[in-house]
Write a protein that binds this ligand. Sequence first.
Ligand SMILES: [Mg+2]
Length: 185
Amino acid sequence: MIIGVDIDNVIADTEKELRRVLLERRGLDLTREDIKTYTLENVAGITRQDLKDIMDLFNHGEIFTQLEVIEGARETLELLKVRHRIELVTSRPSSVERQTLSWLERHGIPFDDLIFSGKSKVGGTQYELFFEDQENFAIELADEGTYVLLFDAPWNRHVEHENMCRVHSWQDVYRFCFPPCALGH
Ligand SMILES: [Mg+2]
């Protein structure tokens, strides 16, 4: 099958790096639980100027070279890629393709295609399964019949859908995709 996979906050720990940047530049010491919106709007202590600076970081792309890989992402994607097509679908601007490809290569993230899709992740490809953390994309995909594994985050706790299962780690993804009974035990 074709599996769609988001990059930020699914494969790459983007919010952790954003918090590190905010601490370094602004002295703002935020926890993951403080990030109630993925855009950082309405997060305590975040100003309009901060939002603009963050947008600049994203558009220039240097932040994307610094990110840590979320534990288990590479290993689980390697196993999935044996039998399935893996399409990375990101809402990053296409201007950061070079930084994105170099980061993926450096960390050995396996994939068949990389798609920059700013406004919607529903389109040409009918994904059977999609790994996503962002509410708008997750709901749109689930509404279209794609089964979504929603990566738990403070900014998506309220989201529920019949075509959605909340996961807390790549270990959860592994358990979902490789249930013990399928291995013949
Ligand atoms: Mg994301």
